[in-house]
Design a protein. Structure first.
Length: 513
């Protein structure tokens, strides 16, 4: 009843050729007349190929859909708990291996170029409550307020009950707990009964002890929140690995933040060859970990790395050069530099003549802007970049000052300010090298294909497959879901190429007017 060219037959053949022994080893025992791990992987990938993501809907499809029954091979249909358990407990730990092995099959059959990888990222909403969040800045502020109030507790204890614990300036949780212990001992020694309810008057020792208990509880809570947040600025209480990010889907049009994950796709010949999931709101810091992990599991170093301007940084440029990879990264100001306003702005460093001998710039009034000092800036990843600071010593009375010096300074009025800027020379040199690559004929071809292939993969994910929100929680489970989507996308893409006779095609030709 199933056509010979149906995608379910192609999927069955691919999964049969894959090595999945790690998933088998994750089971303590296999029951008779139950789907094997290989069959479970088949039905899960095929469900994602057909926009079925809920474990209950997959269970229903296994009972009613002939294609799912074909994949089960006369075994009984699994229930939704078995499907959910397989996805999170048995597939998730080995999801990266499964993606690498599928790509290895594609590479062996000549479907991957293994030369150019197109990298892009998107944000997908997490399965978390968007109203229950924790902001690291607010926690730090409240913690400091609490620490400022703690000395008052020790002063009250010493004044009322002659309990002296704090001898130095530094307060630790140990001191607060010791104060509580002394107060409890005093209560038991004097046989003081604590009262609760309306109309009951509390004793001084009860009031102080309740304040100490509240301080201990809040200290534990704030410490736990800071530990969970780590280097992030926020997290969700219902999915602690999710970070609040600004999404493109903003229903209220007010820049609303939602708990989400940053999903990175690496695409080669329209196939998703690698996927990562992380809490970074921006793409800049994701490039190096992405390439390192990709080479670990899928041991091919791509010669060309094509990405958009969101990945531009000095650290990324130097890393690609060290790995002998050509980076086709569009400069952040590439489109802006084409405008007339940018070209006619006399205050921009790029529009000022530069003298290499004196290491100075010449402004529109003929004044020299010389180098004052060099400073080093450390990024979030720990990379240290060198920046040279330039300034003009004689800006007083300049007729171009209003056009040359932009921005506001509350401390100094315009007539007292002078022109100054900083230049990262290493970054500028690497940016020019990347610019020369992207404007070349090969660079134009790769840039056009990046828009088609990497953006097309996300278009397939969000619009055709209608996947807008994760069902699982936690980074490992979210990555497993993303890889299932990648596997489904690759099988669908291979099936489409076979049907239309496009196998072995890696790049779309550059269209000319």
């Amino acid at each position: 009843l199933i056509p010979e060219d149906d995608s379910v037959r192609l999927l069955g053949q691919i999964i049969e050729e894959m090595d999945v022994h790690e998933i088998y080893q994750s089971y303590s025992r296999l029951r008779k007349n139950q789907p094997t791990p290989r069959q479970m992987l088949k039905i899960l990938v095929y469900a994602y190929m057909n926009r079925i993501y809920s474990s209950r809907q997959i269970e229903l499809a296994c009972r009613r859909d002939i294609n799912f029954i074909y994949l089960l091979e006369d075994t009984s249909a699994p229930d939704h708990t078995t499907i959910a358990r397989f996805r999170s407990l048995h597939f998730a730990p080995f999801a990266k291996l499964m993606l690498a092995r599928l790509n290895q099959l594609l590479a062996e059959n000549g479907e991957l170029s293994l030369k150019t990888i197109f990298i892009d990222g998107t944000k997908i909403e997490a399965a978390a409550n968007k109203s229950i969040f924790v902001w690291k800045q607010a926690v730090t502020k409240n913690l400091q307020k609490l620490l400022d109030k703690i000395p008052t507790l020790f002063q009250n204890a010493e004044a009322l009950f002659e309990i002296r614990i704090l001898h130095g300036k530094f307060i630790h949780m140990y001191h607060v707990k010791k104060l509580r212990k002394r107060l409890k001992q005093l209560q038991q020694a004097e046989d003081i009964v604590f009262v609760h309810g309306t109309g009951k008057r509390k004793s001084p020792i009860q009031r102080l002890l309740e304040q100490v208990d509240e301080v201990i509880g809040r200290l534990k809570k704030y410490t736990k929140y800071l530990h969970i947040a780590g280097k992030r600025n926020s997290f969700s209480k219902t999915d602690q690995d999710a970070t609040f990010m600004r999404m493109k889907e903003d229903a209220m049009k007010n820049g609303q933040l939602k708990p989400a994950y940053n999903i990175q796709f690496g695409v080669d010949a329209e196939y998703v060859v690698w996927i990562t999931a992380g809490p970074q709101p921006a793409d800049t810091t994701t490039l190096i970990p992405f390439l390192q992990e990709q080479e670990t599991f899928f041991p091919y170093r791509y010669k060309n790395v094509v990405a958009d301007s969101g990945y531009e940084s000095e650290e990324n440029y130097l890393y690609l050069g060290k790995q002998k990879q050509a980076g086709y990264i569009k400069p952040f100001n590439y489109e802006q530099k084409k405008t007339r306003k940018y070209k006619e702005d006399i205050g921009r460093r790029e529009n000022m003549p530069y003298d290499e001998i004196s290491d100075s710039y010449l402004c529109a009034n003929g004044k020299k802007i010389t180098k004052d000092e060099i400073r080093w800036v450390k990024s979030r990843t720990g990379y240290v970049s060198e920046k040279a600071l330039y300034s003009c010593k004689s800006c007083a009375g300049c007729m171009y000052k209003a056009e040359c010096i932009k921005g506001r300074n509350r401390k100094l009025p315009l007539w007292e300010r002078s022109k100054h800027f900083e230049v990262a020379k290493t970054f500028q040199a690497k940016r020019m090298e990347s610019l020369q690559r992207i404007v070349s004929e090969e660079g134009q071809l790769l840039r056009m294909n990046r828009s088609i292939q990497s953006e097309g993969a996300f278009g397939e994910l969000k619009w055709n497959m209608q996947f807008r929100r994760f069902l699982c929680r936690g980074t490992e489970n979210v990555l497993a879901e993303s890889i299932l989507l990648g596997l489904a996308h690759n099988v669908n893409k291979l099936h489409s190429k076979i049907q239309h006779g496009h196998c072995g095609e890696y790049l779309h030709p550059l269209k000319t007017a």
